[in-house]
Write a protein that binds this ligand. Structure first.
Ligand SMILES: [Ca+2]
Ligand SMILES: [Ca+2]
Length: 318
C-alpha cells in the first residue's frame, strides 16, 4: 500500500510539473575576466569585511532582473509549496514594515510573499519574504522542470556583475543624486524620517518596492543590481572576503551558516547601498526587502556518439 501511494506521489509530481512549465527568466551573458572586488581602503564608510581582492571569473549567464512574484507563483501553483513565512518557521511571518506600528519594522504574521508589505504584491515586483530554504526549493523545481542548471550567484559573481567594470561606490559612479535614475533606494519618497535613516538626495516617487526593470540597467544590461530587493547569494559569509567569495555554501550543510546578501533594497541608505557593502543572515530569515536572482549555468557539452552502422563495402571505382 505504501509503495502504491509513493508511486502515486511521484507520478502526480511529474504530472503537475509537466502542466506548469515555468517561463524561464531572461539572462544576459557576463563575460570572463579577472577583476577586483571589495572596496579600496580610502572608501568612505567602508567596513573591515570589504577586503579588496582580485578574482578571476568564468563567463556565466545571470538573470536580467530579480525573480518576480509571478515567477514564484508558477512554482507554488505547481507544487503547493508553503514558504517559511507562512508556517511561521522560527518567527512569525516575515520581517516587514508597517508605519502605523511602533516599532514599524517587526515580524508580522500577515507578511509573506503574496503580501509582503500589507497589500497584494504586484506580479512584476521582485518576490520577497522568502528564505534561503524557500529559494533552494524553487531552484530545485526550476531545474527539474526545465532541465537547466540554475543556482544563486556567488558573492564574487554578484559583485563583478554589478560593478560591470566600475570601481566606484555605485555602478553609475559616486554621485548619490543619480540614484533615482538607476536604483530604487530609500530616497526622499521613502516613508522614513531623517532621524530614522539618511535618505538619498533625490525623489523617484516609489515609496516602497516596485516592479523590476523600472530603472536604467548597468553596463552588462542588468536591472536593479542595486536597490529594489536585496539579493541572496549562494556564498557563506566570511569576514575575510577573499576566503569564500567565489564558492557556494555546501548544499547539505548550510543550516548553521550565515549566507551573504548583497545590493541594498528599497529601504537602504547611501552607506548600505554601496556595491561593496556586505550583509548576511541565517538561511531561515525572510524580509520584505530581500529577494534573489539566478545564474543559469552553462550545460556541459556532451558529445553524442554517432550510431554505429555496419561498414559499407567499398565500391570499386573503375
Ligand atoms: Ca524609492
Ligand atoms: Ca536588487
Amino acid at each position: 500500500m505504501k509503495l502504491l501511494s509513493c508511486l502515486f506521489i511521484v507520478f502526480a509530481s511529474i504530472f503537475t510539473d509537466a502542466l506548469a512549465q515555468p517561463v524561464q527568466p531572461k539572462t544576459n551573458t557576463i563575460p570572463s575576466a579577472c577583476a577586483y572586488i571589495g572596496s579600496p581602503e580610502y572608501e568612505h564608510h567602508r567596513n573591515a569585511d570589504e577586503l579588496k581582492h582580485r578574482i578571476c571569473i568564468n563567463s556565466f549567464e545571470l538573470t536580467q532582473h530579480e525573480i518576480t512574484v509571478s515567477d514564484f507563483r508558477t512554482f507554488v501553483n505547481a507544487t503547493n509549496y508553503i514558504t517559511d513565512a507562512e508556517i511561521n518557521y522560527q518567527e512569525k511571518g516575515c520581517w516587514s514594515y508597517d508605519s502605523t506600528q511602533t516599532p514599524a519594522w517587526n515580524w508580522y504574521s500577515w507578511a509573506n510573499w503574496k503580501s509582503p508589505l500589507g497589500q497584494t504584491a504586484a506580479d512584476n515586483d521582485p518576490v520577497t519574504c522568502i528564505s534561503f530554504y524557500d529559494i533552494s526549493k524553487y531552484i530545485a523545481w526550476l531545474n527539474r522542470t526545465t532541465g537547466e542548471h540554475y543556482r544563486l550567484p556567488t558573492e564574487a559573481e554578484w559583485e563583478y556583475a554589478t560593478r560591470a567594470g566600475s570601481n566606484s561606490l555605485y555602478f553609475w559612479g559616486n554621485n548619490p543624486r543619480l540614484s533615482c535614475r538607476y536604483a530604487n533606494f530609500a530616497d526622499q519618497s521613502a516613508p522614513f524620517s531623517s532621524k530614522e535613516l539618511q535618505t538619498f538626495p533625490c525623489n523617484d516617487k516609489y515609496t516602497l518596492i516596485t516592479s523590476v526593470k523600472k530603472y536604467s540597467p548597468n553596463k552588462f544590461g542588468l536591472y536593479d543590481m542595486l536597490g529594489n530587493a536585496w539579493e541572496w547569494t549562494c556564498s557563506e559569509y566570511h569576514s575575510d572576503y577573499s576566503k569564500l567569495s567565489n564558492t557556494c555554501v555546501d548544499n547539505e550543510n548550510f543550516h548553521t551558516k550565515f549566507i551573504a546578501v548583497r545590493g541594498g533594497g528599497w529601504n537602504s541608505d547611501p552607506v548600505r547601498s554601496r556595491i561593496a557593502y556586505r550583509n548576511w543572515e541565517a538561511p531561515w530569515i525572510r524580509m520584505a526587502s530581500w529577494g534573489f536572482r539566478l545564474v543559469k549555468q552553462k550545460k556541459r557539452h556532451t558529445f553524442k556518439r554517432k550510431p554505429i552502422t555496419a561498414r559499407q563495402p567499398i565500391q570499386k571505382s573503375n
